[in-house]
Ligand binder design. Structure first.
Ligand code: MRU
Length: 360
């Protein structure tokens, strides 16, 4: 595995994913904020491990990484006849799609690549691989634009002096550029709106502490880090006017799966009368999932709970649960901030109307 220098995006933050001279590179987010370094992905097995280990993470980002990762996996097959090549495309996509179960974007990105490949008429597999690279680049650039538009619509929710709570990292690092939950913050900040963000630390893997507080600080946004169990107290002090989180999969009825702890934040927000918003691109909506109860919840290594970083903090042999996500029911959600605008309840009807053109 080879480390390499990073690339910066238009927010002057590191790119999460880039393709250079026919090779895929991922920012290694497990090393942030102390070390900012990229890693070349030599094989599809390495890409899958990088997704599982959260070197690349966040729903939109793993959708993009999956699309490019498929190209890495079928690069050596370009001399095969087209039918054999297509069989490899399908089997490799199915395999890579199993790397993480909750965020629908990974399977969405891979499905889009496979469908695209099936529709092409080509002379040989090399030509098809080149066309598929164009489609992966489209997915990547489209994600940049979708997230930018989430910010344009969501920024209207940010009022002068307001306090915003966010959970996990639905930031630039979780997407191709602006983030989802953070995009309204970046747009409001660019518009010189004064506001303060409270970032939940997000146990067990500290995406809020390591990633969100770091990227917002880098961008010059007023951000205060709190541990997860401080959220109720901070809300009770009147410091939070709005909660904005991301989501890994939004069911057709507007139930939202997101990082473990999000459900608790949403319940707290209801108690304190604070509107709870969720930001997402259309690629995170699963119209085949009628409601959130059916969303598969990833269960992670117990060591992520028994250890704090490298240090063990629980007794040997203790029983542990480690669900990485939870589902917030739609009745706790004030609105879904999307690239098309803010979608309000009733979500089932309004999502269907808004996305009818996608065959929803
Ligand atoms: O386990 P992670 O770090 O991939 O979890 C990420 C989240 O829960 C994010 O909030 C979600 O993917 C939305 S990213 C724009």
């Amino acid at each position: 595995m080879s480390d390499c220098a990073i690339r910066k995006n238009s927010l002057n933050l590191p790119e999460t994913i880039w393709w250079e001279n026919g090779e895929l590179y991922l920012l290694d987010q497990t090393l942030l904020p102390l070390t900012v370094i990229g890693e070349k992905q030599e094989t599809i097995e390495q890409v899958s491990e990088s997704i599982k280990a959260l070197k690349v993470r966040g729903a939109p980002a793993i959708g993009v990484a999956g699309a490019y990762g498929l190209l890495v996996g079928i690069k050596a097959d370009r001399e095969l006849p087209v039918d054999d090549f297509m069989a490899r495309v399908e089997s490799q996509a199915a395999w890579l799609g199993e790397a993480r179960p909750t965020a629908v974007n990974l399977k969405w990105g891979l499905k889009r690549m496979v469908e695209f490949a099936k529709q092409q008429t080509v002379a040989n597999s090399r030509e098809l691989w080149d066309l598929m690279l164009g489609e992966a680049t489209n997915i990547h650039e489209e994600d940049r634009e979708l997230c930018r538009m989430i910010g344009v619509h969501g920024a209207e929710l940010i009022t002068p002096g307001c306090g915003i709570l966010t959970h996990c990292n639905a930031g630039s690092l979780a997407t191709s550029e602006y983030g989802t939950a953070t995009s309204p913050m970046y747009v409001a900040h660019r518009n010189k709106m004064p506001f303060r963000v409270y970032a939940d630390e997000t146990r067990p893997l500290l995406q809020g502490a390591r990633l969100t507080s770091w990227e917002l600080q880098q961008a010059g946004i007023d951000v205060t880090l709190i541990t997860d169990n401080m959220a109720a107290h901070i809300m009770s002090q009147g410091l939070i006017d709005i909660v904005i989180t991301g989501t890994d999969r939004t069911a057709a009825n507007g139930d939202v799966a997101n990082k473990i702890g999000t459900l608790g934040v949403a319940i707290l927000a209801k108690h304190f009368g604070i509107p709870f918003y969720v930001a997402l691109p259309y690629s995170t909506i699963d119209f085949d999932m009628p409601e959130g109860g059916g969303i598969p919840i990833e269960e992670r290594d117990p060591e992520e709970v028994t250890n704090f970083g490298a240090r063990r903090t629980a007794p040997e042999g203790i029983q542990v649960r480690s669900p990485a996500f939870d589902v917030t029911p739609n009745e706790l959600v004030a609105g879904l901030i999307t690239e098309r605008g803010i979608i309000r309840p009733p979500f089932k009807e309004n999502l269907l109307t808004e996305y009818a053109s996608l065959g929803a």
